[in-house]
Write a protein that binds this ligand. Structure first.
Ligand code: NAD
Length: 436
């Protein structure tokens, strides 16, 4: 099948590459000319494990193409996926301007039947809005389908090639048949395709992300309470997670969730609720708790240094919002850096994958180290903000030699107590006793 993908970010590029891998001819459209030019020359514009190999293979096989010309791609494809940004507007609601602009362009440009598949995360009712926008421009028949994306950054290729389920919101038989055909390689191996109406499909995505945000946040509150009463969140987590109604995943406490999805999707669902006179009380609490959780260690660092961070040298390990991605959108590291700088601390950070993106935002406000140990040179404390694997089993002796003071504030609970005890480090993590 010939398929167009509009928007080649984390979702669009991975979806496009996956659909090409499944044997389709895929035309990826983006307005960013530099990005398109790079991709034509075999440059993957994002960091995503295992993407490059599949990307290059499909370019080579002439199944994956890149263009800035929507009309050119549209003319070649019956199915058009929208993988466009839906960032939070000023009031927290999802900004639909990118989606509706492209819908309007499609309406103007199409010359025969198309299925417009929305992969962006959008509020309930957006399929209707896309339909109205296209209808305002054309008499030619078309269908609009909601097909939310559940991939995780850092595992995007794996998730896209092996989805747990495919959700399709669709009210036309013709579009349903086309979607079934596209996803046949998945359903053939037992992956369920769950058809529903467009509104339920749109809400499924927000409900799933919000639930995960609540689960993380719930555990963070349990962790904070553990510290008050002398319980160990690692034990509580294992005890709870063994119940298969709960499960072990998303129970790891830390300095809050960030990224391009959870914060914006929780906000957008709260806002959508409000528009209907409905209060998502649990999500409002989640948002507040998470905002505090992101910077919960700053007061600990301040307390440790007697209330004065002026001139203190803080090393930061990890800048990405989570491991295995270069994405720094709403990363906890940035919230912490901002406050630490305001309090007069000097920061040297290490994150080989996300460094470039942070440089773009912070310029020379902080220094960057070429490896995790160099970041520690003369540091008064180490702050761990991202759970990159390379931090899991460090050489504590070497760390002690590099640092001028032995203190670790671990926002991702990277080490077991046994690892740290006896090293002479002061070690403050989340929901566990402090090693002195
Ligand atoms: P992104 O910001 O990484 O990429 C968006 C791309 O769209 C950019 O390359 C941009 O240049 C391009 N674009 C903007 N306007 C355009 C236009 N008019 N024509 C063509 N291209 C245009 O975004 P993303 O992270 O891939 O997210 C896309 C959507 O998918 C969002 O709604 C997001 O909530 C949702 N989503 C994201 C993830 C994730 O993990 N990133 C997961 C599931 C769902």
């Amino acid at each position: 099948m010939n398929i167009t993908i509009v928007g080649t970010g984390y979702v669009g590029l991975v979806t496009g590459t996956t659909l090409a891998e499944l044997g389709n001819d895929v035309f990826c459209v983006d307005i960013d000319e530099k990005k398109v030019e790079g991709m034509r020359n075999g440059i993957v514009p994002i960091y995503e494990p295992n993407l490059e190999e599949m990307f290059l293979r499909n370019i080579q096989a002439q199944r994956l193409f890149f263009t800035t010309d929507l009309k050119e791609a549209l003319d070649k494809s019956e199915v058009i996926y929208l993988a466009l940004p839906t960032p939070p507007g000023e009031d927290g609601s999802a900004d639909l301007s990118y989606v509706l602009k492209v819908a309007s362009d499609i309406g103007e440009m199409m010359t025969e039947y198309k299925v417009v598949v929305n992969k962006s995360t959008v509020p309930v009712g957006t399929a209707d809005k896309v339909r109205e926008t296209i209808s305002a421009k054309t008499q030619i028949p078309f269908d609009v389908v909601s097909n939310p994306e559940f991939l995780r950054e850092g595992f995007a290729v794996e998730d896209s090639m092996n989805p747990a389920r495919v959700v399709v919101g669709c009210s036309s038989e013709k579009a349903r048949d086309i979607m079934s055909k596209i996803y046949q390689p998945f359903t053939n191996t037992g992956v369920p395709i769950i058809f529903m109406d467009e509104k339920s499909s749109e809400l499924t995505k927000y409900a799933a992300n919000s639930f995960l945000a609540v689960k993380i946040t719930f555990m963070n509150e349990i962790a904070n309470y553990c510290e008050k009463v002398g319980a160990d969140v690692d034990k509580v987590r294992l005890g709870m997670g063994s119940d298969d109604r709960i499960g072990h995943r998303f129970l790891f406490p830390g300095i809050g969730y960030g990224g391009s999805c959870f914060p914006k999707d929780v906000k957008a669902l709260i806002k959508s609720g409000k528009q209907e006179g409905f209060d998502f009380q649990i999500l409002e609490a989640t948002e507040n708790v998470n905002q505090n959780q992101k910077v919960i260690l700053v007061s600990e660092i301040e307390k440790y240094f007697g209330g004065n961070l002026n001139g203190k040298k803080i090393a930061i390990w990890g800048l990405a919002f989570k491991a295995n991605t270069d994405d720094i959108r709403e990363a906890s590291s940035l919230d912490n850096i901002k406050i630490l700088l305001e309090k007069g601390a000097e920061i040297t950070a290490y994150d080989s994958i996300a460094e470039e993106n942070v440089r773009r935002v912070l310029g020379d406000k902080i220094s960057f180290a070429k490896d995790m140990y160099s970041a520690l040179e003369g540091a008064d404390a180490l702050f761990i903000a991202t759970e990159w694997s390379e931090f899991k089993n460090p050489n504590f002796e070497l760390m002690a030699k590099k640092m001028s003071n032995k203190a670790i504030f671990d926002g991702r609970n990277m080490f077991s107590m046994e690892q740290v005890e006896g090293t002479g480090f002061y070690y403050k993590s989340i929901g566990r006793k402090t090693v002195l």
